[in-house]
Design a protein around this ligand. Structure first.
Ligand code: ADP
Length: 323
């Protein structure tokens, strides 16, 4: 194998650039030519590929987002789209591909491998930390710290005005960010899709807090909570209790960007090198994960078959310390 490609796909995450940099430099170190593919699978189908050398990835380790751009690509769900992608790879002599993204991107990689024999290695790039096969995904640590800082800032205002805030953080299917940021920010309650939300119990938490002398409170809500988004929950609380005057803040896409933390930079750097080593050793259909402090290779399918959920011990921590 002489030529490999790297692309970023699906939702962007801080640290993707660090991963690209590592793939490019490790590839060069191993005597491989590395092609950067723009806009994920869409760029692959369109032939938006260019050779990248070590100098082309200088200075990007500290940048959020992905300098290759990312995209969602409808055509890749169809066999014909994937066949076109395989033709582009063949035209550039590319036999191995590093796909940085979430489990959706991995499904695409698996199909490309099964149908066209392209060697594919996945790197977990998503802020949600919900994919299987790895304890941590690239971008989660940064997003979690961004959400924690938001809680700290809200705390100043909540305290000054004796207010109750509902802060909505990302996580359509996963309450991981809400749980970790909520604990780190010292929030009074954390509402996640994993645990059924009961408005009565939210009201009870607020009332108990007031009875114990809390003038202000912050309740963190994962966007995919079963009782609705933060506005829905604030409305239900207002309708069913004396707490009419609350505030809602939605963090939204602010959580996605920003300079990656040291943890994400180092994780992405290590994983990028491991991906190139795996390709060079003839591995395929695998993802790089981290288990404890060690890098591991796992089948791509583990990403969606064995999704990571937060440890229930964290619920206890949140409940005891939020009181
Ligand atoms: P993520 O990788 O962050 O989970 P998506 O689920 O949006 O993001 O997937 C990113 C892209 O991967 C999709 O736009 C599509 O091009 C490709 N993809 C996702 N699922 C499949 C699938 N089952 N088959 C082929 N390609 C897929």
């Amino acid at each position: 194998m002489k030529h490999i490609g790297v692309l970023t796909s699906g939702g962007d995450a801080p640290g993707m650039n660090a991963a690209i940099r590592a793939v490019v430099r490790a590839g060069s170190h191993a005597g491989l030519t590395v092609f950067g593919i723009e806009r994920g699978y869409q760029g692959l189908i369109d032939g938006a590929l260019r050779e990248l050398g070590p100098r082309d990835v200088g200075g990007i380790i500290r940048q959020g987002g992905t300098f290759l751009h990312s995209a969602r690509c409808k055509a890749f769900y169809d066999a014909e789209g994937r066949a076109q992608a395989a033709r582009q790879l063949a035209a550039h002599g590319i036999e191995g591909l590093v796909v940085i993204g979430g489990d959706g991107s991995y499904r695409g990689a698996q199909a490309l491998h099964d149908e066209h024999g392209i060697r594919c290695i996945g790197l977990p790039g998503t802020i949600d930390n919900d994919i299987g096969g790895t304890d941590y995904t690239i971008g989660f640590d940064t997003a979690m710290n961004t959400a924690m800082e938001a809680i700290d800032r809200l705390r100043d205002t909540a305290f000054s005005h004796d207010r109750i805030f509902f802060l909505e953080v990302m996580g359509r299917h996963s309450g991981y960010i809400a749980m970790i940021a909520g604990i780190a920010g010292g929030s009074e309650d954390i509402l996640t899709p994993e645990e059924p939300t009961n408005i009565d119990s939210v009201i009870r938490t607020i009332r108990d807090g007031r009875d114990r002398g809390k003038q202000s409170m912050i309740i963190v809500v994962a966007e995919g909570d079963d009782a609705g988004n933060a506005f829905d929950i604030a409305k239900a609380v207002a309708e069913q209790s004396e707490f009419k005057d609350t505030r809602v803040t939605v963090l939204g896409h602010l959580q996605r960007g920003g300079s990656p933390t040291a943890f994400d930079r180092v994780l992405a750097s290590r994983m990028g090198i491991r991906a190139v080593e795996a390709l060079a050793a003839g591995e395929t259909g695998q993802m790089v994960g981290i288990s404890g402090t060690r890098l591991v290779l796992r089948p791509l399918a583990e990403a969606w078959e064995n999704r990571t959920v937060f440890d229930p011990e964290l619920l206890k921590v949140a409940q005891i310390l939020g009181s």
